[in-house]
Design a protein around this ligand. Structure first.
Ligand SMILES: Cc1ncc(COP(=O)(O)O)c(C=O)c1O
Length: 399
């Protein structure tokens, strides 16, 4: 593929992650639960990975639970917290632009376990406010589930403010940070991290976050592995039953190469975070500005200010996204319509629907997501191709 602009779906595995994971695929294949030397080698590697991740996120190693990815982390946080705490109440607050892994977990609790759910509407930029969250709290509210950043439009929620509300009211806050970890600074505040505090956060900011989900294939790590931060003292029930791995919270033999690769990818991402964010922001803004000025009847979706550094989500009036994507692919440019999971359905995504954009734009929405490797030449090449493709499709409609 000549130009890859679908990094929010999956990013190329970083060299550091590959190098760290490979030995655990090949010669160091012991089971971490075994008591012999190969087993202990694997166990130590997991512990080191846990420590490295905790250092990056300013939390305790014991607060990291390894899972099979973002979806499982979301399920474990939501279902596991509800199961363990529903004696105190059954009310959950969430937003209308959560990833299906969150929205469907909550829908399942509503259907099967009697959960009562308040779904907060976002504004035209995809933002929910701390005041909205505060006013939805009831005496029986036990959980607030708000994503850190949206996978389709890149909008970053005011999580520090929401966390302050949750903490003050003594309610658990779960944050799906799958699109944010490795891309934004974090300090979860339960332990000292290494070196300087990441710029832009204080250890107090996220003290109100009870659980936080991450998925390494979004930040240069492998697929099929992820983790959930669970703040010390949080009561959680496992959703998978079996062996005693992961402090009895996640049964099953650990994905050792995946876990080791996750830590290496996160360490590398955190090391280069500031410069990568700056570079991607510049390219993102260049791309959006060029699209808005060079392609008539185009619009950008989501907040321009509170936005992930690598996210470009745009709509073109009177054009079908599916046709744009096919022609872009034929031109050697990989991008997507909305999220990777909704792009096959052909339906307008629930996120775009929630923004209430003018109807003529809804079906013409595409997402291009950059990585630290993306170059200006690639961005410019993609915009030039996009302008030609949109013009061609509009021309075709007139005939
Ligand atoms: C915000 C968000 N949450 C959860 C997930 C699911 O993560 P995974 O693909 O690791 O299961 C994704 C994946 O796109 C996502 O973007």
């Amino acid at each position: 593929m000549a130009i890859y602009l679908d990094n929010a779906a999956s990013m190329r595995v970083k060299a550091e992650a590959l190098a760290a994971a490979m030995p655990f695929m090949a010669e160091q294949f012991g089971n971490p639960s075994s008591l012999h030397t190969p087993g202990l080698t694997a166990k130590k590697a997991i512990q080191k990975a846990r420590e490295d991740i905790a250092t990056c996120l300013w939390c305790k190693p014991s607060e990291i639970v390894f899972t099979s990815g973002g979806t499982e982390s979301d399920n474990l946080a939501i279902k596991g917290y509800f199961e363990a705490n529903c004696g105190r109440g059954k009310h959950i607050i969430t937003t209308d632009i959560e990833h299906p892994a969150v929205a469907e977990s909550i829908a399942w609790l509503r259907k099967m376990q009697g959960a009562e759910v308040t779904v907060l509407p976002v504004d035209g930029q995809g933002l929910v406010s701390a005041a909205q969250v505060a006013s939805a709290i009831r005496p029986d509210t036990i959980l607030i589930a708000v994503q850190f950043a949206n996978n389709e439009i890149g909008t970053i929620q005011p999580v520090a403010e929401i966390a302050a509300v949750a903490k003050a009211r003594g309610i658990a806050l779960f944050v799906d940070a799958v699109q944010a970890v490795g891309h934004l600074p974090f300090a979860l505040g339960s332990a000292e991290g290494a070196g300087k505090l990441p710029a832009g956060v204080t250890p107090k900011d996220y003290e109100g976050i009870t659980m936080l989900a991450a998925s390494p294939h979004k930040f240069g790590g492998p697929k099929g592995v992820g983790f959930l931060f669970v703040r010390e003292g949080t009561k959680l029930m496992p959703i998978l039953h079996g062996g005693p791995q992961e402090q009895m919270l996640r049964a099953g033999t650990e994905n050792v190469p995946g876990i080791v690769g996750t830590a290496a990818a996160l360490v590398a991402s955190c090391r280069e975070l500031r410069s990568n964010m700056r570079k991607m922001r510049e390219l993102r803004d260049r791309m959006i500005d060029r699209i808005l000025t060079e392609i008539p009847d185009s619009r950008v979706n989501g907040s321009r200010k509170q936005r992930l550094a690598g996210n470009v989500n745009v709509s073109f009036a009177g054009v079908e996204a599916a046709s744009v994507l096919v022609l872009m692919d034929m031109a050697g440019i990989a991008c997507s319509g909305g999220s990777a999971c909704s792009s096959t359905s052909g339906k307008v995504s629930h996120v775009i629907e929630a923004l209430h954009i003018p109807p003529e734009y809804e079906n013409g929405t595409i997402r291009m997501t950059l990585s630290p490797e993306t170059t200006q030449a690639e961005v410019d090449g993609a915009v030039t191709a996009l302008a030609e493709i949109v013009a061609k499709l509009r021309e075709g409609r007139k005939v």
